[in-house]
Design a binder for this molecule. Structure first.
Ligand code: FE2
Length: 237
């Protein structure tokens, strides 16, 4: 049960940090489950990279058809010009997505635990539903830039209802890539909308010209392993 102060902080800032919310054993289980998925992933099935840098009209079926599957996506610089991995497979994956919460028993159980439902309810989500889950790696030495964005761009609802539950599986530091957020940024408009066209291509449509925050308007949120950060879908991060 959240305190009034926590709820107010969430409403004011657009995000809320729950330090050390989960036990080490639970995190170990999630980590092991993710390692198993990557181990079992057949490199020949796909050499698909995940990038946020492509804003043109693109078509990416492996990505778009992954809503109800568990798929692995590689880092931008994972492969050399001959299509061979530059480093081991386990150090080349950018993320696993997007139905871990449905299809993997460990993630299914973790995602649907009553604690998370209580947090969602207390933050004003009357009928919380999990629509997507992903496990993001921050690999040493390689990895594409993730630009400022709002998660609501990718889950368009009216009114805006998207809420992200972000869990640190390892200590997240300034060095290894912790989350950066714009406090109160959820009070700014939705800037872009990800649209899937009839022909299967996608575009990022501009909705508003408000710039994303600069460094002086944003803060880093280094947190310890097991910390949960919940944030509004409009919060730039
Ligand atoms: Fe995001």
């Amino acid at each position: 049960m959240l305190t009034k102060n926590q709820i107010q902080t969430y409403q004011n800032n657009g995000y809320l940090i729950f330090e050390d919310l989960f036990q080490q054993e639970d995190l170990d289980k999630l980590q092991r489950a993710a390692i198993n998925i990557v181990d079992e992933f057949d490199l020949n099935e796909s050499k698909h990279i995940f990038t946020t840098q492509d804003h043109g009209k693109t078509r990416d079926d492996y990505f778009l058809d992954s809503a109800d599957k568990i798929r692995c996506f590689f880092e931008e610089d994972a492969f050399d010009s001959y299509g061979q991995l530059n480093q081991s497979k386990s150090l080349s994956i950018n993320k696993i997505g997007h139905a871990l919460h449905l299809l993997n028993p460990v993630f299914q159980q973790f995602s649907h635990q009553p604690l998370l439902k209580t947090i969602a309810n207390d933050l004003g989500l009357l009928q919380p539903q999990i629509r997507q889950s992903m496990y993001i790696f921050k690999q040493p030495h390689i990895g594409g830039v993730v630009n400022w964005h709002q998660d609501a761009s990718y889950f368009f609802t009216t009114p805006q209802s998207v809420t992200t539950f972000w869990l640190a599986i390892e200590d997240a530091t300034l060095q290894n890539g912790c989350l950066h957020v714009q406090p109160e940024g959820h009070k700014t408009p939705l800037r872009e909308q990800f649209i899937r066209e009839k022909d299967g291509t996608t575009i990022l449509k501009k909705l508003d010209n408000t710039p994303y925050p600069n460094n002086s308007e944003s803060i880093a949120t280094p947190v310890k392993r097991g910390t949960l950060i919940v944030f509004n879908g409009l919060l730039p991060h």
